[in-house]
Design a protein around this ligand. Structure first.
Ligand code: A2P
Length: 290
């Protein structure tokens, strides 16, 4: 008679067979599910989401790849950078929007990831571009340059954004028209998204105003948003008054010079900077630039 638990029994562990799922080889590994190249300088990608990861729209996490081995010890260390989460908190996956810097330590390599590859993701979200850091207001301004659009891609799909404000204005300044595509397509998809309409309420998209501008290539609206604010053009175009602390709230995410200039401008309208611990009228975060 055949022994029930004999070596050839079908319930014996089969040690040399390929595992069904690839075992993560990196610490905090997540698997890339989709990569989209928008221009030769910009790409976005989606990865699996750790089951335990909760975050507030607008926050960032540290992500990256294993660095090259140390020539002396052979040891490898993770190479990590702060990336805003571009996907909404209700999404099953996480999305990121990144610049490609040809000699950047991380993005020179990250730009070559493909579906099935793994990245490192430290599941500790933090950041200041969150609703909790702003006092209640009527109109929310989101000011972005380049990849600074990313945290707003998350916030614009968060029901709270439309529950808390009567009007949401997103401005995006880029050098060239092609650099606006990621944001333009996202706005388009939000307006057409039936699930969002169900979640947030029919007509929510009427609150959303999109104001894209370019600085180095011809487009319907040209110029830096800061100059367009100083001249009053953006307010005339949108039919809204200049910002004031009673009604307006703002979030800023772009390159360093832009953040500083816009901060000064907002202060000149009387707005004060807020933080998680002390909510006020506006908040700032630096976009990833490496
Ligand atoms: P510009 O082309 O006039 O420099 P970058 O790709 O260098 O991060 O820039 C993204 C966008 O931000 C560009 O359109 C750039 O305009 C604009 N920008 C850069 N600095 C400022 C600033 N201080 N104020 C407003 N916009 C800025």
């Amino acid at each position: 008679m055949q022994p029930v638990n004999g070596p050839m029994n079908e319930i014996s562990p089969v040690t040399d067979a390929a595992p069904i799922k690839p075992v993560p080889t990196l610490p905090d590994a997540q698997t890339v599910t989709q990569v989209t190249h928008w221009t030769d300088r910009l790409f976005s990608f989606r990865v699996t989401r750790p089951a335990s990861l909760r975050f507030r729209s607008g926050e960032f996490v540290m992500i990256g790849l294993m660095g090259d081995p140390n020539p002396e010890t052979g040891k490898q260390k993770p190479l990590l950078r702060a990336y805003s989460i571009a996907s909404p908190s209700w999404d099953d996956e996480l999305e990121f929007y990144s610049i490609k810097v040809q000699d950047g330590p991380l993005t020179s390599r990250l730009q070559h990831i493909e579906p099935g590859d793994q990245i490192i993701l430290r599941p500790k979200p933090v950041g200041t571009l969150v609703h909790d850091a702003l006092l209640p207001g009527k109109r929310l301004w989101l000011f972005a340059t380049g990849t600074g659009f990313a945290p707003f891609a998350s916030l614009l799909r968060d029901p709270q954004t439309y529950d808390d404000y009567d009007e949401v204005i997103i401005t995006h300044t880029c050098r060239e028209v092609g650099e606006l595509t990621y944001g333009a397509k996202l706005i388009e998809s939000i307006r057409a998204d039936e699930m969002l309409a169900e979640l947030i309420g029919e007509g929510f998209a009427d609150k959303l105003r999109y104001y894209p501008t370019t600085t180095r290539e011809e487009s319907p609206k040209m110029g830096r948003i800061t100059d367009l604010m100083r001249s009053g053009e953006v307010f005339a175009d949108l039919g809204v008054p200049p910002l004031c602390p009673e009604t307006d709230r703002a979030m800023i995410c772009g390159n360093l010079a832009f953040n500083l200039e816009l901060k000064d401008l907002l202060e000149s309208y009387g707005l004060e900077e807020g933080a998680n611990s002390k909510p006020a009228h506006y908040v700032v975060e630096k976009a990833f630039l490496d």
